[in-house]
Design a protein around this ligand. Structure first.
Ligand code: IMP
Length: 441
């Protein structure tokens, strides 16, 4: 692990980043969230206990790591308070371990009401957001209508701003047929919540600059994933923030040239929750089987995730735009027991090859994934021996395997193909949900 490392999902989210961040946090001084909000959902399993996390960085279960919610994150006070309470009731104290930037924008009740009202107004063309108010909150931020945590320090000023914004938002919510926000009731709730949160508020910019000077180990925890980046996804099937590693600069003040390594997390197959194109989606029984086996139901919303074969055309793009220097493969154990496994290696539209980056959501919905690839280099010809249409599967349970060479041969071939296709080293393989279930290479 380099001094500053970024961990980012290379697909559509839910790659299992939480577990990887938890693992790597053992050696970290700081674990930092720098974008997104409680639309994220990570589940960490330690000593048989499951911790669902949405806002607090996944390093929280490693006692030495300090956790930072930096300025790029949008914060829902209720969610943050309940997460803090969940840990405190388990004896995990967060005083002097959790630091929240005063520049974070607040997700306020009207953002959630607007998110739902817009989705309902879209009808059949719903985007499938998590309904957590993420898009409307970031929209307010860039239209100078946002309210930052900083403003909670001066209650009268906050009150004035909140009332002004809620009155405007209520007009929009009403026009969309949504449920308007009760100003006084919400103010009362916020006035209680702010006391829990203000004790954690700090100048996280200074904190991190000092940490950089002192050469502390800093882990930047990406949320969502590259395929949901507001600029580089098939917009509007996106999330409200930039998810690419470069967002550590805008979202936490970390200069980009300070980034050491970038770990791209890739799930061994594909999943997506919400609307939008998914070229390798399996809508048949096989898809159902993978969903059940992989427990592919949203941590945040409980929605069933759509699943499909690994899409390396999309992952290749994600690795390129994010500058991934290493890969962690997750949930490879879920593929045990499938006799044939496929990997998408490119797209065709109207008979012609088309790269992921040239596709808008309309093209992505129409194209045909290619599951075959002529082997190009002599290494490929030697290692893979044939033109792949599908990979032979394996049946062994992988959870207790500790060395790459002990994995079933077909599993090794599958992984080597991924590594070779992307041209990036696989440095970690997660073989089960528990902290100790992984192979380090
Ligand atoms: P929003 O971020 O709630 O606005 O949702 C926009 C899109 O991103 C929807 O398709 C969500 O399902 C998806 N999304 C947001 N956060 C996550 C995440 O952490 N994992 C997976 N999908 C997400």
């Amino acid at each position: 692990m380099d001094t500053i490392s970024v961990i980012a999902g290379m697909q559509w989210g839910d790659e299992g980043k939480g577990k990887i961040v938890d693992l790597l946090s053992e050696n970290a001084n700081y674990v930092v969230r720098f974008h997104g909000g409680n639309n994220a959902g990570h589940t960490i399993v330690v000593q048989g206990k499951k911790y669902p996390l949405h806002l607090i960085p996944s390093g929280v279960l490693q006692p030495k790591a300090k956790c930072v919610i930096a300025n790029g994150v949008v914060v829902d006070l209720e969610v943050l308070t309940s997460e803090i309470k969940m840990f405190e009731s388990d004896g995990i104290k967060l005083n002097n371990r959790l630091f929240i930037s005063e520049r974070c924008h607040l997700i306020l009740p009207y953002h959630k009401a607007l998110d739902i009202a817009y989705e309902n107004a879209r009808g059949k063309k719903k985007l499938g957001t998590t309904a957590r108010g993420i898009g409307p909150c970031y929209a307010d931020k860039v239209s100078y209508n946002g309210i930052r945590i900083y403003e909670l320090k001066d209650w009268e000023l906050f009150r004035e701003k909140f009332i002004f914004q809620t009155k405007i938002k209520n007009k929009i919510i009403k026009s969309l047929g949504g449920t308007t926000v009760d100003i006084e009731r919400e103010l009362e709730k916020i006035s209680k919540l702010r006391k829990n949160i203000l004790i954690f508020v700090a100048d996280t910019y200074q904190l991190l600059q000092k940490a950089i000077l002192e050469k502390k180990k800093i882990l930047m925890e990406g949320a969502q994933a590259i395929m949901l980046d507001v600029d580089f996804s098939p917009y509007p099937f996106s999330t409200g923030s930039n998810t690419i590693p470069g967002a550590v600069n805008t979202g936490a003040g970390i200069p980009v040239q300070k980034i050491g390594d970038i770990l791209g997390v890739v799930k061994a197959y594909t999943s997506r929750v919400g609307g939008g194109p998914l070229p390798t989606e399996l809508t048949d029984k096989l898809g159902e089987e993978i969903r059940e086996k992989g427990k592919e139901f949203g941590t945040t919303t409980g929605r069933p995730r759509r699943v499909g074969w690994l899409d390396l055309e999309a992952v290749k793009f994600a690795c390129q735009v994010s500058g991934a220097t290493e890969i962690a493969i997750t949930k490879i154990d879920i593929l045990s027991g499938f006799s044939k496994i496929k990997i998408c290696t490119g797209y065709k539209l109207n008979g012609k090859s088309i790269p992921y980056s040239s596709c808008g959501y309309q093209e992505l919905a129409k194209l045909t994934p290619i599951y075959k690839r002529s082997l190009k280099t002599s290494f490929e010809k030697q290692a893979f021996k044939l033109v792949y249409k599908e990979f032979s599967g394996w049946t062994e349970d992988l959870t207790n395997i500790k060395k790459f060479n002990d994995l079933p041969k077909n599993c090794q071939t599958y992984l080597k193909f991924i590594e070779n296709f992307l041209g990036i080293k696989i440095s970690l393989i997660s073989t089960g949900p528990k902290r100790e279930e992984y192979i380090k290479i």
